[in-house]
Design a protein around this ligand. Structure first.
Ligand SMILES: Cc1cc2nc3c(=O)[nH]c(=O)nc-3n(C[C@H](O)[C@H](O)[C@H](O)COP(=O)(O)OP(=O)(O)OC[C@H]3O[C@@H](n4cnc5c(N)ncnc54)[C@H](O)[C@@H]3O)c2cc1C
Length: 347
């Protein structure tokens, strides 16, 4: 149930709740979804007038399971399994292709896939080019095809989570501190006492409790006017040059994987982003750099200093639980993030 959007009248917030969740992105909504399945009373407090105004509503929707490290891969593999089954209306099976300049990196990813029981095929450059002939100038040593990867319909996924949760829009959490039976949550619409507070505030995680900010890196995405086939696996090149492409309603959604360190609130596309994309495309997929731009946008991915998601109880404050630092894999991992955080609460 979503309250506070234009079509709902703002109502009184509860004075007391088991779990107050700061932020209505994937981290917060998936946590509320997981808690609701366990019968725990929770409320998502979202500052904006709609869900997904930041990272969660602006991602590329790649359901990529094979991530950069084991801890993240465990979450993305579990997350994708739930997406394929219980949340399947937000998932399109497409397969995914990771490609590499260096054979040694291929081996590291193959070993990680084995550790996580992920079925893959190692493919050669010629096979990659049958799917994506556009990237003929990329120095591809080999690729890994992950047949069980897919594409996530991000707004549908947020809606599925929200359908099981209580969400209040237009409520900014100003401060959280110890109080009552757990925490006192001061919001723009009054004070709530909660047994637990989940900080799922994305790029703003830590702000309400006075903790150091995460690192926010802005990335641009584009839909370009070049034809694609919907049954093509997405391609993500993990080389000196990083680039991804996926089919998007007959066109190509692409990013040069730029990452500019900046402030949490800076989510506007800028001319530098487009210039960077065109340079990367000219070097790797000649011809595509001249394609028209149908749509462009940008947003931040937020990282902890060690680049591991910060999930679970705070070591010093028993009432504080983290669901933050989801980085570039938060859409895929989100069902698992919700489960891990609900487990940490003890639900
Ligand atoms: C350009 C881009 C491409 C991406 N592509 C992919 C991809 O292909 N596949 C994938 O798996 N992942 C992808 N991701 C990553 C994924 O989108 C993120 O990991 C995920 O959305 C993070 O979710 P979140 O809930 O932590 O943050 P957010 O979605 O930013 O949500 C945090 C919410 O908290 C709210 N908030 C903040 N402070 C307060 C406050 N004080 N009070 C109330 N509300 C507050 C904000 O308004 C916001 O809505 C991408 C991300 C970006 C930016």
């Amino acid at each position: 149930m979503v309250n506070g959007s234009a079509c709902y009248k703002a109502r009184m917030l509860p004075a007391r709740i088991d779990v107050a969740i700061i932020g209505g992105g994937f981290a917060g909504c998936a946590t509320a979804w997981a808690l609701a399945r366990r019968g725990v009373q929770a409320i998502v407090l979202e500052r904006e007038a709609e869900l997904g105004r930041f990272a969660s509503g602006r991602g590329a929707g790649l359901g990529r399971q094979l991530a950069e490290d084991d801890a993240t891969t465990a979450l993305t593999v579990r997350g994708a399994a739930v997406l394929r089954s219980e949340l399947s209306s937000a998932w399109t099976p497409s397969g995914g292709l990771l490609t590499f300049d260096e054979p040694s990196r291929v081996q590291a990813y193959v070993a990680r896939a084995e550790r996580h029981g992920l079925a893959i095929d190692v493919v050669d450059r010629a096979r990659v080019l049958t799917q994506w002939p556009e990237v003929r100038s990329l120095p591809i040593a080999a690729g890994i095809l992950i047949p069980s990867d897919g594409v996530i319909e991000i707004h549908e996924l947020l809606a599925l989570y929200a359908a099981r949760a209580t969400v209040e829009l237009g409520v900014a959490v100003e401060r959280v501190e110890p109080g009552g039976s757990g925490a006192q949550v001061t919001t723009s619409r009054g004070v709530i006492e909660a047994r637990f507070v989940v900080d799922a505030a994305g790029a703003w995680a830590g702000a309400a409790s006075g903790d150091p900010p995460l690192d926010a890196f802005k990335r641009h995405l584009f839909v370009i006017e070049a034809a694609s086939r919907d049954d093509t696996p997405y391609l993500w090149h993990l080389g000196n040059e990083e680039l991804y492409l996926r089919a998007a309603d007959g066109l190509i959604l692409t990013s040069a994987c730029d990452a500019t360190h900046g402030a949490a609130c800076d989510a506007e596309a800028d001319p530098e982003g487009l210039r960077g994309l065109r340079e990367v495309l000219a070097r790797s997929a000649p011809g595509l750099e001249r394609a028209g731009i149908r749509k462009q946008w940008a947003c931040q991915r937020s990282f902890t200093p060690d680049r591991q998601m910060r999930l679970g109880r705070d070591p010093r404050r028993p009432w504080l639980v983290w669901a933050a630092g989801l980085g570039g894999h938060g859409a895929t991992a989100s069902p698992a993030v919700g489960e891990v955080v609900a487990d940490a609460i003890g639900a």
